[in-house]
Design a protein around this ligand. Sequence first.
Ligand code: HCA
Ligand code: CU
Length: 443
Amino acid sequence: MAAEHCFRQYCPRALEIIDTTLREGQQSSLLHDHHKYFFTAGDKEEITRSLILYGVKFIELFAPNVSAHEAEDWKTVRAIRDELITQKGYTFLLAHVRCHPADVEAAIQAGADGLNMYIGTSEQARAYNHGQGLDEIARRARALIEDVRRNHPQLILRFSGEDAFRTREADLFRVYDQVAEHVDRLGTPDTVGVATPAAVVRRVHALRQRYPKVALEGHFHDDRGFALINALEAVKAGMQYVQTTLLGIGERSGITSMTALLFNLFIDREYDRLEGYHLRASYPINVMMADKLRTLVPSKEPVSLTNRTHAAGVHQKGVLNSSYTYEAHPLDQFGVTESEILLGPLSGWNIVHYFLKEICGFELDEATARAIATCFKERIYAIAPGDSPADLLIQIAQQEFGLRTIQVPEQFRQAVAQNLTDGATREVGEVRHASGIILRTRQ
Ligand code: HCA
Ligand code: CU
């Protein structure tokens, strides 16, 4: 195994994403909601490939003894990783393991490059999960870690006190003091999503001060909607490794979304932390993931077409003049290269005029556009589900206002950058509405 050669020679970047879509992500209830239950080997191949091409260097998988299916998938994922070594360099595959020799042994057998070891340290975990006291946890973890270090010096080792944010700092130190010198990273997972940004910053400072030689890793759950801000604050406070998933999927409300974190670091001009990530692939990778989940890129995902979709008349007019009116962020640099304007009950005469004239090629003046808009807005409320507002508008224009199209030679038509989309152009995972006008405003 090339891990020793690779990790000891690898110089970690200012920010290393540890993607755990294939571990934490599989714990998402979305898979059950959509009757999918697990990722197929094909899904895992595509997710792994996309992550590696995106620039992710650490991918977390379940310990292979979780199930025969997971064990088999280690081979699949490793094959993709090996295939991409010449193109993208080495990607490290980390196994999420309990502090238990059976998990450790299985992970090593499967060819893991590193072990993400964890055991609950909070009062709740100690009382209801495993029943061990702090000193027992520390003693056992240390013995196991020392043993692994001795016999497998090439492995990348991480230790995490699960539920670290409900663990008193002194308790966490009591355990970490015993293992810190033998591990490459110490994790501080917010397992149940209780951490505030201020608490995260305090924790990162405290850990950095006490263990200056060990890199820190975070994993933030979104129960309070803080998964993104907590990760962002942690990185700014000096955390080098952050666990993320695509679209932030994971247990309960999930964890930090990879593209949301990188997008915010970009906006906050933390450019040195973005080294090596193919940011323009952010939207495509989100669409790929949504497709796997049989859903759309969620509207709350910052890197989404929804964030460049406009429904209200005032907004539509503003965006027609300049997309900057209602689009403040450089989403195009994250692969959202289009804006979308929806024809519907809230549309004003401006977009009606624009649509009929520029896109459909009708000859009409402003007054006619206003009259058509009034008529359209009355009728649109009666439209049947699945019917296209664009068709309704064209029908009104032709049948009731007798509009005729002017013939625009093909070379001029192509010079018009805007295209009308319809259901046929909709890509899976992507928000595209039958009534939408797509503007390719910035590339
Ligand atoms: C889990 C819990 C975990 C582990 C995170 C970590 C958490 O599902 O096993 O080991 O870094 O949130 O604490 O996901
Ligand atoms: Cu978790």
